[in-house]
Design a protein around this ligand. Structure first.
Ligand SMILES: Cc1cc2nc3c(=O)[nH]c(=O)nc-3n(C[C@H](O)[C@H](O)[C@H](O)COP(=O)(O)OP(=O)(O)OC[C@H]3O[C@@H](n4cnc5c(N)ncnc54)[C@H](O)[C@@H]3O)c2cc1C
Length: 290
């Protein structure tokens, strides 16, 4: 139960309060998860971020940056929002939820059925994190999102300040499967790569991220990548969409539940990743293989 609410006026103040109270305290952004029934974040102390100016969207020559408190709806309403990002933002089907839920809060939640993590992992975004050092000095560091999600224990106290999209030529997209837009997810798949129009090797830096396939289980209880397949694709060992479909289906960890059988989820993962790969190839002008 929330016993103490603090509305901070600087990042330093937020970090100091977090350091003082440790796991009992949490940052309050949109509050959609913190205030949710049976929340996984039952903080005694909440640190409200709304006065920190973290709701800006800035474009620059390398791409764009979102303040961590930019809401899903704000990002959707932004005139330059990339179409594939927009699609991921719409996975949060309720406009009421989108009006409050923030991008930073979604990343920090790290849910296995996360709306955004498969897409953001595929896009290879970077996070600007603020922390307080041993001498109580505030500092910022830039961390790849995969590092943040793979080592949550290292970033438990960090404040996400900005989300940086700095790879404008990169293809990244995701697909989400559920019976209805607000229903429980069966699977979300993200695929991203740097496609070349001319190189003999058509793609590099492949990322495949899957979520929702094993909600509630230990092994699949997070958004996870398929690094061996990413390397095989980058190195040309896997060359066609149908080969990709087969290996992704095999490698997907899935648990049967009310949203679908494990076999069905594996099938969906394979087809989704193969289709996204073909879309990327097409976009790069290299033809579709499906
Ligand atoms: C009915 C319902 C269904 C939902 N379904 C889904 C779903 O399918 N998929 C999904 O991904 N989410 C789902 N959510 C959860 C939630 O709405 C989103 O994940 C949302 O994006 C969280 O953002 P927020 O700003 O509301 O976070 P908050 O509730 O404010 O915070 C959530 C957590 O993130 C931390 N946090 C917030 N901002 C920062 C920051 N800048 N730096 C570090 N830590 C921070 C908080 O301390 C807290 O631990 C659902 C919520 C509801 C109510």
């Amino acid at each position: 139960m929330i016993e103490n609410y603090v509305r901070v006026s600087s990042i330093k103040e937020a970090l100091e309060i977090k350091a003082l109270h440790g796991a009992k305290a949490g940052y309050l952004a949109g509050g959609t998860d913190i205030n949710r029934l049976n929340t996984l974040h039952p903080y005694a102390v909440v640190i409200d971020l709304q006065d920190l100016g973290l709701n800006r969207i800035d474009e620059n020559e390398k791409g764009f940056e979102l303040g961590s408190c930019v809401t899903f709806q704000q990002a959707l309403d932004w005139k330059s929002v990339p179409a594939d990002f927009s699609e991921a933002l719409r996975y949060a089907g309720s406009r009421t939820l989108r009006n409050s839920a923030t991008i930073g809060g979604n990343i920090a939640c790290g849910l296995p059925d996360s709306y955004l993590l498969p897409f953001l992992t595929a896009a290879k975004v970077r996070l600007i994190l603020a922390d307080i050092g041993s001498e109580e000095l505030e500092h910022e560091e830039s961390v790849p999102i995969r590092e943040f999600t793979e080592h949550p224990e290292m970033y438990r106290d960090s404040l996400i300040v900005r989300v940086v999209f700095d790879k404008p030529g990169r293809f990244a997209a995701s697909q989400r499967f559920s019976k209805s837009v607000q229903g429980a997810v069966t699977l979300t798949a993200g695929f991203g790569a740097d496609f070349s129009k001319t190189d003999a090797r058509p793609l590099r830096n492949v990322r495949i991220a899957l979520g929702g396939t094993g909600v509630g289980s230990h092994e699949g209880g997070t958004v996870y990548r398929l690094p061996d397949i990413e390397s095989a694709l980058s190195e040309g060992v896997i060359q066609t969409a149908s080969e990709l479909q087969e290996v992704v289906s095999k490698a997907t960890f899935a648990v049967s539940d009310f949203t679908g059988s494990a076999e069905y989820k594996k099938y969906l993962a394979g087809t989704a990743v193969a289709q996204l790969y073909s879309r990327g190839l097409e976009k790069a002008g290299r033809g579709s293989e499906l």
